[in-house]
Design a protein around this ligand. Structure first.
Ligand code: ADP
Length: 300
């Protein structure tokens, strides 16, 4: 069957007593793309993806996998999806090789364990026990286990939580590799930089509902926010008195035309024989989108 969306979800609901964990979520997960579900803790991300993985049962809603409506996530579907488990679920005394080999044994079809170890840059750690790995290495093992069955779809639930910036970057590279391999990736995260960097499409969720969806630039455009330019000058700062200045002598101006404003600033400096120092530009980002929509920060 031909399909553009590996998964489609219509009006998914899952309530726990008083908590509307998922409250009518609809998603289109495009084949071969990275889709991010971005939202603060408790927004309903894990409940949503675990329902798609067959680990939880929804109260209502429709799920389509590979173009067909499904009643439940059966074994046939599970063969085609990969789930990145929390590394805490691994047996800490097994080696990297043994762990990945064990996961390979769970599927009818699996990739070569040694090749996967090379692919995820774990060769040097092949014989190390899980408990002796760094957080980033453990996450790479989890990623290796998630793709050992050569799945069409890979679910990554908060893959970089708790990692240092360098380990996070390394994991992002590994996730980009999955996309290059043609995998459909479903990613949940509360890091807006991660969603911004990795995904083709973003769903922003809050309190069990989708509050915005689209590509990063589309989402940012919707809030109509200006860019902010900060700069200072080496002397004679009164020349720039039309701009706001703070107590440290740094000028600030808001603009929806960065190029035009930069030209104005540099022209003025040149005419007055001044040097512009420490110029920085801040463009609106997903954090601003979230703040605009909810009045709250993504990470409180
Ligand atoms: P996220 O992954 O975005 O942090 P979750 O899907 O884990 O959010 O949780 C959404 C909401 O549902 C939270 O308020 C959480 O406390 C609640 N919740 C999740 N799982 C359960 C459960 N098994 N029992 C009761 N409440 C739950």
């Amino acid at each position: 069957m031909d399909y553009t969306n590996s998964i489609e979800v219509h009006n998914l609901k899952k309530y726990y007593k008083d908590t509307k964990a998922v409250d009518g979520i609809s998603l289109s997960i495009e084949k071969g793309k990275v889709t991010a579900i971005l939202g603060p803790n408790g927004a309903g991300k894990t409940t949503t993806v675990e329902t798609l993985e067959g680990l939880r049962k929804a109260d209502s809603g429709e799920i389509y996998y590979f173009g067909e409506k499904i009643k439940e996530v059966d074994e046939k579907i599970k063969e085609k999806i990969g789930v990145q488990l929390q590394s805490s679920t691994f047996l800490s005394n097994l080696t990297v090789y043994e762990t990945i080999k064990t996961f390979a044994g769970l599927y009818k079809k699996s990739l070569d364990v040694d090749k996967i170890i090379i692919k995820f840059n774990l060769e040097e750690k092949k014989k190390s026990k899980i408990k002796n790995l760094s957080g980033g290495e453990q996450q790479r093992v989890a990623l290796a286990c998630a793709v050992i069955n050569d799945p069409e779809i890979v679910f990554l639930d908060e893959p970089t939580t708790g990692l240092d910036p360098q380990a996070r970057r390394n994991l992002w590279t590994a996730i980009e590799e999955l996309k290059k391999d043609g995998k459909t990736v479903v990613l949940t995260t509360h890091y807006m930089e991660e969603a911004e960097y990795l995904s083709d499409k973003i769903y922003i969720v809050d309190h069990g509902k989708i509050i915005a969806e689209g590509k990063v630039n589309e989402l940012v455009k919707t809030i109509n926010m200006k860019s902010v330019i900060n700069f200072s000058v080496n002397h004679k700062s009164e020349i720039f008195s039309e701009y706001q200045k703070n107590e440290d002598g740094i000028f600030k101006t808001e603009t929806s035309d960065i190029e035009k404003t930069l030209v104005e600033i540099y022209e003025k400096a040149r005419k007055n024989d001044l040097t512009i120092e420490n110029l920085s530009i801040r463009n609106p980002n997903l954090e601003d989108v979230f703040l605009h929509l909810t009045g709250r920060k993504l990470r409180d």
